[in-house]
Ligand binder design. Structure first.
Ligand code: FAD
Length: 383
């Protein structure tokens, strides 16, 4: 196993790190305070070719690897977790999903604009009564000639207030359970489709989240992705990459909190000594550093398996679960190490603590990741 990034990946990492320090980090406090989506950053990410990182070159993207996407997501999250959350949704949950599953016509129509940042993408599965139990969705799609009539409601949808195009999961057959779900491409502005006001959130406040409402919304059958009742395969096929890149986002956030705590411990004196000289503080920093490195390696391993085309539900869940729980612990410890100063907004670790918590809820909760891992462990033990 090769534990090293390639020269190209290291160069990409440096480019994104420099850009993020200069252009993303300075906005982080303000977009959190005002709950503002940083549209200007998205334009710059598009100019750098990063919005289309996983989109093939033939559709205006870079055609890069999942590992490269992890490297980029980690660097963006290190500067601002909210920005990386909206980035992940646009470039992976929307663009990569459509790259893998869309028809030639759909890819030509939607991917070049997504890569160029002319449109922002979102994905809508969750409903008020279907969260972890996502396959129980009730939003319905009834065939009517060349169209489907869609009725229902989606909630907690990242980018909803700013997105132009959505991948929406809809029940098209009540009798087929998890096999009766379809995915549709639905554009903003279609009659019968409206977006609610942004939610006021605890963290990730620069990444807007909202509700979608469908009232007799007529969508052409040609907007079906892969065909009627094919969404289960789409959903399952995308989870490994989505969870792996979600892990990378958590690694970046944890790294940022760790760096703040380390600098502080090396400069703050109490009882005539630097904090780092107190063993209890040094132990915290040692544990933080170890858990971040373990998270990063789990993420890189899962990304490498994704790039090799290997199904890796357990490895992707290991990465997402361990990295997101690590980022919660690390951000919390960073606040502790900064003491009262850590509790103040200007020092940013309190924002990181609030942002980190989303990682254990969105994209499948920690409890659901443990269920997946347990199921895989049993399956592999019987193989
Ligand atoms: C900021 C934010 C952004 C989001 N973005 C999107 C998005 O872009 N698109 C989208 O479709 N969704 C999105 N979501 C929704 C997210 O994926 C769900 O919140 C998540 O899957 C959990 O669903 P729920 O909130 O309904 O919780 P529930 O499923 O009701 O779970 C509540 C609690 O019960 C636990 N639980 C549930 N089932 C089990 C079980 N079988 N065993 C043990 N414990 C269990 C859960 O782990 C959790 O602790 C977002 C959520 C948030 C908060």
């Amino acid at each position: 196993m090769d534990f090293h990034l390639s020269h190209e990946q290291i160069a990409l990492q440096k480019t994104v790190r420099d850009f993020a320090a200069k252009e993303i980090a300075p906005l982080a406090i303000e977009i959190d305070r005002d709950a503002r989506f940083p549209a200007e950053t998205f334009k710059k990410l598009a100019d750098m070719g990063l919005l289309g990182l996983l989109i093939p070159k033939g559709y205006g993207g870079r055609g890069d690897t999942v590992l490269a996407c992890c490297v980029v997501s980690e660097e963006i999250a290190r500067a601002c977790a909210s920005t990386s959350m909206s980035y992940l949704t646009h470039s992976v949950l929307f663009s990569h999903n459509l790259t893998c599953n869309g028809s030639e016509e759909q890819k030509k129509k939607y991917l070049p604009d997504a890569a160029a940042g002319k449109t922002i993408g979102a994905i809508a599965m969750t409903e008020p009564n279907a969260g972890s139990d996502v396959l129980s969705i009730e939003t319905s799609g009834a065939r009517d000639g060349d169209d489907y009539i869609i009725n229902g409601r989606k909630t907690f949808i990242t980018n909803a207030p700013v997105a132009d195009v959505f991948l929406v999961y809809v029940r098209t057959d009540k009798n087929l359970g998890s096999h009766g779900i379809s995915q549709f491409i639905i554009e903003k502005g279609r009659p019968g489709f409206s977006v609610g006001k942004p939610f006021q959130k605890m963290g990730m406040r620069g990444s807007p989240t909202g509700e979608l409402f469908f009232e007799n919304c007529r969508v052409p059958a040609k907007n079906l992705v892969k065909g009627e009742n094919k969404a289960l395969g789409i959903l399952m096929g995308g989870l490994d990459v989505e969870r792996t890149v979600g892990g990378a986002m958590a690694v970046g956030l944890a790294q940022a909190a760790f760096e703040r705590a380390l600098v502080y411990a090396r400069t703050r004196q109490q009882f005539g000594q630097l904090l780092i000289m107190f063993e209890m503080i040094a132990e915290k920093l040692a544990n933080m550093s170890m858990e971040i490195e373990a998270s990063r390696l789990l993420t890189y391993k899962a990304a490498t398996l994704c790039d090799e085309g290997v199904r890796c539900s357990a490895e992707a869940s290991h990465a997402k679960l361990f990295a997101s729980e690590t980022s919660v612990r690390v951000a919390c410890e960073a606040v502790q190490i900064l003491g009262g100063y850590g509790y103040m907004k200007e020092n940013e670790v309190e924002r990181m603590m609030r942002d980190a918590k989303l990682g254990t809820i969105g994209g499948g909760t920690s409890e659901i990741q443990r269920l997946i891992i347990a199921r895989e462990v049993v399956k592999r033990s019987m193989a």
